[in-house]
Design a protein around this ligand. Sequence first.
Ligand SMILES: *[C@@H]1O[C@H](CO)[C@@H](O)[C@H](O)[C@H]1NC(C)=O
Ligand SMILES: *[C@@H]1O[C@H](CO)[C@@H](O)[C@H](O)[C@H]1NC(C)=O
Ligand SMILES: *[C@@H]1O[C@H](CO)[C@@H](O)[C@H](O)[C@H]1NC(C)=O
Ligand SMILES: *[C@@H]1O[C@H](CO)[C@@H](O)[C@H](O)[C@H]1NC(C)=O
Ligand SMILES: *[C@@H]1O[C@H](CO)[C@@H](O)[C@H](O)[C@H]1NC(C)=O
Ligand SMILES: *[C@@H]1O[C@H](CO)[C@@H](O)[C@H](O)[C@H]1NC(C)=O
Length: 648
Amino acid sequence: MANGSILYPLLVVCLLVSSSFQSLHRHDGDSEMPFLTLGMDKSFHGCDQNLELKEASCSNKDLDTVPQNLSEDTEVLDLFKNNITKLLNSSFEVYPLINTLDISYNDVRTIESATFYPLKGLMDLDLSANSRLVLPATGVFMMSSRLSILVLASLNLESLPNDILKWIPNLDVADLTSNQLSFINVSSCGMVDSVLLTGNLLQHLTASDFTFSCHTVTLDLRYNHIQSVDPGVIASLHVRSLYLGGYPLSDKVWANIILGISRSDIEQLTILEGSIGAFPKGFFDPLRDSSLSVLDFFNNELQSLRPLVFSNLTKLRELRFRYNQLPIDEIQPDFFEGMNALKVLTIHDNRLTILSLANNRLTRLNQSTFKPIFSSISSLDLSKNPIDCNCDLKWLIDWLNEHIRLKEKDKTICSSASLEPLRQKPLLDFEPNELCIINYGLFSLIPLASISLVVISVLLYHYRWQLRYKLFLLKLAVLGYKEMRDARDHNDYEFDVTIIFYDDDEEWIREQLRPALEERLPQFQRNVFGDEDLVLGMHYLDSVDYVVSHSYKTIIVLSRAAVRDHWFILKFRTTMDHVSDTLTEFVVVVFLEDIPDDEMPFLARLYLSDGRPYIHWTENVIGQQYFWVELTKNLTINLRTNDLIPNE
Ligand SMILES: *[C@@H]1O[C@H](CO)[C@@H](O)[C@H](O)[C@H]1NC(C)=O
Ligand SMILES: *[C@@H]1O[C@H](CO)[C@@H](O)[C@H](O)[C@H]1NC(C)=O
Ligand SMILES: *[C@@H]1O[C@H](CO)[C@@H](O)[C@H](O)[C@H]1NC(C)=O
Ligand SMILES: *[C@@H]1O[C@H](CO)[C@@H](O)[C@H](O)[C@H]1NC(C)=O
Ligand SMILES: *[C@@H]1O[C@H](CO)[C@@H](O)[C@H](O)[C@H]1NC(C)=O
Ligand SMILES: *[C@@H]1O[C@H](CO)[C@@H](O)[C@H](O)[C@H]1NC(C)=O
């Protein structure tokens, strides 16, 4: 918990207890809506229709068939959590315009093969958690060429129709997690961005048991207890990034995987979740000169690294060790031998205390590189590097004056490209407060003579902040992990939703979010909108802390202005602390605009790099439809946090 007492004086916010605190309507379940709002047509079967947005929401309505008397131009149909057992050729004939269809958490057992044929524009289909479903043997998606998200998680599927992906040329996500698949034969397939086979029963990645022809960015095979691997099968994959882990795999299995990768086009290997404690000698040797460029060991149990285990991985650009138990002293300069292309080494969230970067031809040190590990290191060894001591380095001197101790001081010498008085002098002689204010203009004109070759940057979150619903949807796909749902509902909390936003974004809150929440989630009556609704009589941050920890959900609205505000970030941190404490995914981040990489605060990067749910506002009308559907969905469910979903 952030302790705000030092920062307290700023508190000038009007604290008003708004009437929305009163619980107007408390009862179990959410089937009865307390009131109707404009544009809503309380319909047959209790479905809520928004005729303007062409959406019909029939979740939790005890339906046993697909309702036939909704508006015929319905585009988004939500049947989440009903009792539907059969989907017939005729079920959707009346709604040919559906593009988004959610039938998850029903009891669908049969699907007639032409069920989805009328839906030529279907883009997003979620059938997860129908635990007795048997898919038609062939042709089920024959007319679904526009599909981009297909969620078939938690269906207890034992096999897949061979042609299941045949007619879908450009799928973003095929989520097949948590089934009972023991073999895969997808011999006809186009491009699928992400194929998730996490949590199945695959044992043999061999020609007889694993035929997978999709061209795929990410193939996730974690949590399959793999017993045997044919390197040729791995070598023939058209996969850019392969995820493995979850179970300990034998040395033989690993050796064949590595051998297969060395002959493949695979660029990234990610091994997640506890499966690796040490690498046998020569483990990665077959990867010398292979096309592998990223190796990621997120959340394993690595405690030490064998010397030279990575040497001569000449094409490797990034090596990541987040969440292991590596003592950083392990990483000695010869560790980098032969890794000529290495640009990024990610080692935070280990047992970092001393960071040794001695003798690495470092010239310019970039603060953003070091920032994330600032709090976890106590000593820094920069000796034998030709450091450019100039005024850009003021931050480092500041740090060294705080809690970080410089080791090998006498061997940490400014290069000849430094400000003149510092050349060949110890770094610690540098007093930016004297030198930089007066002389900055003069010395900054001195040309940098040396080649600045930065071999390593210790850590960079490199993220693409494109508008992608995909990741968010991926996260929602975890709906399949039934056991990970938090059983409490909003009535178990004092508040339904807390919305944290920056003052400048108030207009969006007023004109978009508030009306949408009233319309879509009328059962949420006890909402806290920003500072205005905070609890009277409490310290500001305590009050934030209070409402967040007593709310079912929290929305954090990010904009460029918001992330520059210190108080806003403190509130963000408070909220994230609760996510860690409660292991509940009760936060959803809304991006109101694209935030350039260099303005993205560390905390937001951390949030996103952990694969937490976020969603992007857009000016595009179709996009906004998605936005509200996804936001509403997210707000009505709480998952336990989990790191099963790859975060890139
Ligand atoms: C579904 O139907 C069964 C009986 O057919 C019933 O016991 C059960 O409560 C129903 N479930 C829901 C969520 O309506
Ligand atoms: C809508 O369908 C249900 C049964 O499926 C029926 O009970 C109801 O009367 C229908 N309403 C209209 C207006 O057709
Ligand atoms: C559903 O459509 C498929 C494909 O057109 C057809 O083979 C099947 O007989 C139909 N089922 C029924 C019950 O009409
Ligand atoms: C995969 O399915 C195709 C088409 O049904 C079939 O020809 C092939 O033999 C199958 N492969 C394996 C290994 O079963
Ligand atoms: C790396 O490659 C160099 C040059 O090929 C070789 O001399 C050295 O032994 C290799 N290192 C290891 C650990 O194999
Ligand atoms: C430091 O790194 C950041 C992020 O990679 C980059 O945007 C910035 O320009 C760099 N600063 C300097 C002085 O090189």
